[in-house]
Design a protein around this ligand. Structure first.
Ligand code: ATP
Length: 513
């Protein structure tokens, strides 16, 4: 655990030191769970967004994008269920005065039991060596079965109680499990209360005529209310999708994990409109497609897993999370939800307008079902950034800090370095920058010895360093150094564009899907 916390602290301080993420309003002591993206962070974030947009919108001829407003008619949130049900159960510890999500306290308790299961598996793997059969072990070992049964019983009881709004039972469960405040160790809890996560604001000049509005807690509703506009004007035929990226706001109760859980964050969502009855097929299809998108970035297959929901939201008939191994363990990165016709039907009911699709093949109208993929851009940023940050032991006994960002996402693709600040080398380096900047983000760096500059660019995540030296004057060649392997080779200046393009081209990365 200490090691994990250590790693996470390094991620946060590296993000600040290298201009990726700053605490918002820092000179006024910050604002909790709100962050600003800095000069490098904004580029990384944009590249992730573009990578998603390319794969989801531009590579699908039946998916289009929109950009709906953050302010929306307040009845939308009544129809969507957010006014009545977008709540988290919160509980306070009377001694530490700290506030927690009751469900998260219980889930964390279960995660600890899961660690015990993993320990048993590890021990048995060691004991049985090559003949170890993991599936058989977890379905027959009595200790593991006991642990698993305990987890299942707890989660099922919590799920049922939350569904029935039996908050007293959620509290009893916390007490029966003797869950203590992680900060103070105290078990002195208040009752569990529901807390709505939407931020309210007002529209209008005078207090009497002002209209109560909400900052949108998800981008999805902007898609639903535009469903018919897009379908008609784009002459879209089912199945088709509408995608959008944009800010969402939630007054999160527990927001202590850097950009993992923010109060203002960005989502990348796609709603796929389908024929009722085909949702199971599409659910599987989108699970597979989205996982492939993640894997194309090469962050490691073992870092992803699906987590199917047992407790379904009011609108869903199937749901899964793609979880990623963050520095603090496996957590939700993306949600894939089969939302039935819930949203469109609700908007029909509340707006009084028909939101149906006429299917020419079937010669009838119906309310489409919806399959949703929803990923947090900031969480994706954290997944990429934390996974890429490594400390490497070098052969000469020193260590180097390197940010091995997938080259397609790196803020700067290359740094152009004159070996020395004289003999005409800077002028050649600057000319290379001028040439390459039409195609890629590149930087010029002449400060410090070249070895230090290499280290700086490693820590910044720049995939290539291009060094101009005295040989360049003779034969127009430069040294290109690869961030991950530290290998160097001599190449012609005129070949640089193609070499870099090969490594950073979105097409080459997405083709791996
Ligand atoms: P969680 O259970 O972690 O609160 P959620 O299930 O409420 O998340 P969704 O409503 O499904 O999340 O939102 C879709 C995606 O938006 C999530 O998978 C996550 O990546 C992102 N997301 C949700 N809440 C936040 C937040 N507060 N900060 C950053 N990203 C978020």
């Amino acid at each position: 655990m200490a090691k994990q916390e250590d790693k996470f602290k390094k991620v946060i301080s590296h993000a600040k030191e290298y201009g990726y993420v700053f605490q918002s309003s820092e000179i006024y002591d910050g604002l909790s769970a709100i962050y600003d993206y800095a000069q490098n962070g904004v580029e990384l974030k944009k590249n992730i967004r573009d990578y998603w947009w390319k794969a989801m919108v531009q590579m699908h001829d039946n998916i289009v994008g929109i950009d709906s407003a953050i302010f929306m008619h307040p009845t939308i949130w009544k129809a969507s269920g957010h006014v009545d049900a977008f709540n988290d159960p919160l509980i306070d510890n009377k001694d530490s005065k700290k506030r927690y999500r009751a469900d998260v306290l219980i889930e964390d308790y279960c995660a600890k039991i899961e660690t015990k299961i993993n320990k048993e598996i590890k021990k048995a793997t060691k004991r049985f060596g090559d003949s170890f059969n993991k599936d058989e072990f977890i379905t027959t070992n009595t200790r593991v079965l006991g642990y698993q049964e305990k987890i299942d019983t707890i989660l099922s009881r919590m799920g049922k109680s939350l569904e029935k709004e039996d908050l007293a039972d959620v509290k009893s469960l916390i007490e029966e499990l003797e869950i203590a405040c992680p900060l103070s160790g105290s078990k002195n809890w208040t009752d569990v209360k529901q807390f709505n996560l939407m931020f309210g604001t007002k529209l209008g000049a005078s207090a009497e005529s002002a209209m109560d509005l909400y900052l949108r807690p998800e981008t999805a509703q902007g898609i639903f209310v535009n469903f018919l506009n897009v379908q008609k004007t784009g002459r879209m035929k089912i199945p088709f999708g509408i995608a959008q990226t944009g800010k969402a706001f939630r007054n999160e109760i527990v927001a202590r994990q850097f950009i993992f859980r923010m109060r203002e964050f960005e989502q990348m969502e796609m709603q796929f409109f389908i024929k009722p009855g085909t949702q199971k097929e599409w659910f599987e299809k989108w699970k597979e497609t989205r996982l492939k998108w993640h894997l194309s970035l090469g962050l490691g297959e073992d870092n992803y897993r699906f987590h199917d929901h047992e407790k379904l939201a009011h609108y869903a008939d199937a749901a899964t999370d793609i979880e990623f191994k963050f520095p603090f363990g496996f957590k939700e990165l993306e949600g894939i939800h089969s939302r039935t016709d819930f949203d469109l039907s609700q908007h029909e009911k509340f707006s009084g307008k028909k939101l149906q699709y006429f299917d020419h093949e079937e010669n009838k109208s119906y309310t489409p079902y919806v399959l949703e993929t929803s990923i947090g851009l900031d969480r994706m940023f954290l997944a990429v950034f934390s996974n890429s940050l490594v400390e490497e032991e070098l052969e000469n006994g020193t260590t180097r800090t390197v940010l091995k960002l997938p080259a397609v996402l790196a803020p700067n693709k290359a740094a152009i370095l004159p070996l020395v600040k004289k003999d005409g080398l800077p002028a050649i380096a600057k000319k290379i920058v001028e040439d390459l900047k039409w195609d890629f983000n590149v930087v010029y760096d002449e400060k410090d010895a070249v070895g230090r500059r290499y280290r700086r660019q490693d820590a910044n995540g720049t995939p290539f360093c291009i060094t101009v030296d005295h040989d360049t004057l003779e034969n127009n060649t430069v040294t290109i150094r690869y961030r991950d392997t530290m290998e160097q080779s001599r190449v012609k200046i005129e070949d640089l564009r193609d070499i870099i393009k090969q490594e950073v081209d979105v097409k080459n990365w997405l083709m791996k899907m």
